[in-house]
Design a protein around this ligand. Sequence first.
Ligand SMILES: [Zn+2]
Length: 427
Amino acid sequence: MAKLAAVAAAILMCFGNSSGQVVAVKAGKLVDPESATVLKDQIIVIRDGKVEAVGHNLPIPAGTQTIDLSSETVLPGLIDCHTHLADGTHGDGDPVSIFRKTAAQYALESVPNVKVTLESGFTTVRDVGTYRALNDIALRDAINKGYIVGPRMFVAGAYVTITGGAGADTGLAPDIQLPWDMHYGEANSPWEVRQVIRKLAHDGVDHIKILSSGAVLTHGSNPKSQEFTLEELQAAVDEASHFGLRVESHAHSPEGIKNAIRAGVASVEHATMIDDEGIALAKQHGTYLDMDIYDEECIQEAGRQGLMPQDFLEHDRQLGQIQRDNFRKAVQAGMKMSFGTDAGVCPYGIAAKQFAMMVKYGMTPMQAIQSATINAADLLGQRDSLGSIKPGKYADLIAVSGDPLADVSVLERVEFVMKEGKVYKQR
Ligand SMILES: [Zn+2]
């Protein structure tokens, strides 16, 4: 028996070495965000889900499956650094509606969210919180095991929030007891913050989402306020670092933004009211700004259709334009910028609409593409495996007709999607 097993192992090894799945992609144009150039007539050789070689007129081994994208522009798979894919169907925008469904319903309703996200060209997301704690972990793992189709997910598990704060389920009478998974991330001292982060790390999250100012889409919350003290935010960053986890902080208000940067977060989400001091601090600390400047369109549209609570619309009034103006300022100041849309505020699958908005507010098309590729990979700590089409990295690639550097909106019509060497969409 032992001998048979050894022979079988040898055959398997042989098989693995010589016939690992090889695919060659012919790219008419190839966008390289690392060198900020567009290469012509490239061959990408892919073996076992990873890029093995890229170059002009590379020899293609006989019998290799070839995918012809010679009339298209090929780009690295896109990365959205701010999604909420585990929040079920795109609903009425009201967090209170969460009480009408079980956690299982939410998880299953999220299956189409991840599929449409992948098919729109986003092969990776950093998912930054769910109102039913740990649903995002279930979704991530179901994708990785091949039960469902979706992007590579890096998840937060829950919101680390003060009681009644931006990440809490609010708007209820005080005598209503919430189930465990709706207040999992609540913390009100440095030690409670550490305790929550220890639980999240144990449960297998990939990063930590904390909220250092009030929110637009939360009852009883003021986006212009500050939440958590500097001491609590420092405890979060320090405790997360013990587990090798990075922290991102939701922040609209100037003080909430600056406290988070001083505490050492990897990125500030929204960064709506960032002031000159905040811009200087972020530059000094190397903090990424992850500004969701498209979703204002969806909030106001939902308001026109009567689908958005009045207090949310009140919060949102004027903040949208302030954020866009500050985005332009941040671009001009040469800040580190990543691509994050707050997907879930807008319907899933339309995240690429933000590219045109980023160009409208000061980025070049190449800068906008970099924000969703190499910058996003850097923010995730995944520069060695994601963000560009280079040997050793995952074979995540997309293709579009037309030239995204002349008209970035062509990214809204992705025709080809490959994740880890497997094709999920082809025209
Ligand atoms: Zn968000």
